[in-house]
Design a protein around this ligand. Sequence first.
Ligand code: ZN
Ligand code: ZN
Length: 748
Amino acid sequence: MFLLRPITRAAGHFRPLHTTSISSISESTHFLNKLRDLCTRHHLEEAFTLFHNCKSLHSPQAYATLFHACANSRSLKQGQALHQHMLIHNPFCANDMYTSNHVINMYAKCGSLECAQKVFDEMSERNVVSWTAMVSGFAQQGRGDDCFRVFSGMACECLPTEFAYASVLTVCDGDRGRQVHAFALKTSFDDYVYVANALITMYWNNYVDGGNDDDENFEAWVVFNGMHCKNLITWNAMIAGFQKSGCWVKALRIFSGMRHDGVEFDRATLLGVIASLWGRDSDDIGLGLQCCFQVHCLTIKTGFISEIGVTTALTKAYSNLGGAVADCYNLFLDSSGNRDVVSWTGIITTFSERNPEEALFLFRQFCQEGFSPDRYTYSIVLKACAGLVTERHASAVHSKVIKAGFDDDTILANSLIHAYARTGSIVKSQRVFDEMNFRDTVSWNSMLKAYGLHGQAKQALSTFDEMNAQPDATTFVALLSACSHAGLVDEGLKFFDAMVTKYGMAPKLDHFACIIDILGRAGRIPEAEKVIREMPMEADSVVWSTLLAACRKHGKTELANMAASKLMELDPERSLGYIMMSNIYCSSGSFGEAGLVRKKMKGQGVKKEPGLSWTEIGNQVHEFASGGLRHPQGEAIRKNLEELVKRLKGVGYVPETGLALHDVEEEHKEEQLYHHSEKMALVFALMNSGRSQCNDSVIRIMKNIRICVDCHNFMKFASGLIQMEIVVRDSNRFHHFRESACSCNDYW
Ligand code: ZN
Ligand code: ZN
């Protein structure tokens, strides 16, 4: 009887003994696996819910898994709560070294080193993992004294790991660094590449240029030379060191040593080598230029040229070497014996941005000499084409691309979309885009940008709906600027919101500038101002000039004043702030103040960018300045212009003469609105319409600054009168004038 009762009860509540143990093992394994899975997928909340729902399964491993996840996601609050939970509910886990190491690691990674130290101090037993966690925690916080103290303690109790060595070295000054180095020698840890690399970096960080050229005794050099086995990081550290201390010749020597040893270099190597050319320690500009050119060719050969960071660094190096595109060209000419596709592409690249016509000329010469361009050459040439007035050049290069069998190349197709869009032919951009077999994010972004540039916001939005590649930061810049060009305020705000909430992207300055533009143009200035105030970063000159433009448009003098002074402060050499300020004063009748601003601008030596326009007649580009001053037929053009103005007045054109209507980047005050460069260009194109390429009845004009209100009006009426499409690309966007209206709906 006595025996039966408990057995019956037990049977009712528990499963038979043997099943219990197997199922609980599998249950706890299952639980741990699930917990680890949630943690690796960064679902921390769910992991905690699971943990708290399975109280019977709490084990050191389960705690460790969660501490590890908290460390990785730097979730101090959750980590701390978990620590408390463990101390109260499962103190046996807290005595476990394995778990305690995880607690230390969690606190150290989350930056709470005092808590980590407390746990560490209370441990009855410690191992290398405990010590290493403390050393690296202090190192990560840059706490040199504490880090060195713990490392010394570690060295007394156990053998420091290579990771501890590398960590402590990041925060050592020269003296301590030497002590650590001595200890590494004693323990033979200096043989570890990881440690030796850290030693090199430490010596470079504490390098004081003593002015002597004694390589032999220089410590980083000694470590470097003593290494039996070097890796990419070793070489990069040496190059970066020489670069930072301004020794480009030595940086280059290391680089060639590296190549001699057959070590593959990476982007960081190249950036270090190129950056070393920024600050020259030798006056031999010729040599610097030669090296720059060689590195340049190498970047082309290895494909690194397609990375923006690399091209930017190269451009900077060239310009630091005296802005010497011409020298570079001579260098190229000197190498006539061994010119190849690479050196040709190099020379075309140096011209592509600053002088696209020259770049194209060189490209033709290159083809005539019998070379076959490769995809890099084509992509550079297409970049140059984007800077030209008509799509003729892009079209010509396009057919070469097809002939060469590169028409399936995504990068080239992306460049074509860009080049066609920049030269006004959105239809051709679209055709290239439609015919692509594979589209990457850049392809979609290029198309979105193209629509934005031409004011076709609706197409941009529907293209985005079809986008089947992962959108990135650029995608949203393109979308937001399309919305701002078309005045789609609500859509713009929605995208800005979706970017954060749906796509988890943190908006950057570009995005903020767009949203400020969208709000500002729509007259929602207080909201725009609020965005600036609440932005997580400092506003730059683009942001302030955007706000300034909005203030001007909506007559907010006071705020404009503030924005203009910020702009003058951030970008004192740019005329925009001064001119806008002066215009605002003028339009409110304060001519005295306007004069003062202009005086200040003169005093600062700031020059306004002169308004220039270009149009192409019969394969030749003509440049126009205000008043036709730069053109040999200036007189005739002015006469024809007077005629045209008369005829336009007949159909309703009223010239704006008010100073207030001088726009954002207006041309010189003293120059008549009548004679703005784009008007001159239009008249000249009409005078030559028989010879022009424009058999599709489109006149294309490119302008370096924004079109003013009067010229915009003028072009509208002219398109109706002459029954031709006029396409004006200004610094901001495209205007397609047709039948007395503009594609921008007067919103620009
Ligand atoms: Zn104008
Ligand atoms: Zn327009």
